[in-house]
Write a protein that binds this ligand. Sequence first.
Ligand code: GLN
Length: 187
Amino acid sequence: MRIAVLALQGAFREHREMLRRIGVESFEVRQCSDWMYHKDGLILPGGESTTQARLLHDSGLFELLRNDIIQGLPVFGTCAGMILISSLHLATMSIDVLRNAYGRQLGSFHTVSDMDEVGNNVPMTFIRAPYISGVNSEDCHPLASVDGHVVAARQGRQLVTSFHPELDNDSRVHEFFIGLCNGNKRF
Ligand code: GLN
């Protein structure tokens, strides 16, 4: 099991650390030449989605990632990573998102909520987070809501969370993603 972590900007180190803790190997992707290494899944970290999208286009990675996700590469996007997967950018998952949905200044908070397919009382840290404002396919399943807004969803082997599970001391969301990568073809 080997997971590619997009490392253009944002919280990629925290994801790698969480993967290391659960015994999963990972490597960083910054340029097209990094993409040739075998991978079982891809993590798109939080950060700043406008910057990340620009760097994806400038590096030429945008189309490479998009093609492999469409071909079935499992992907997990957190926060800005969720925005990248949405209709605003890669559009591989049938979701619309509202950026900075909780306000810019006071938009960071922590809560605990249940997440379908993952478990109860999942810690959720939100940092200037988006939420899912539209689910546009029957194949896309909302997995968790906070204050009436969808904050996690899965469509096939594509998983997104508004929050940052890599920042909390609970590895269940990452373990769930690794389960989605298990038994899939390698890319
Ligand atoms: N507000 C950021 C954006 O719109 C996302 C924040 C985050 O990833 N923690 O890109």
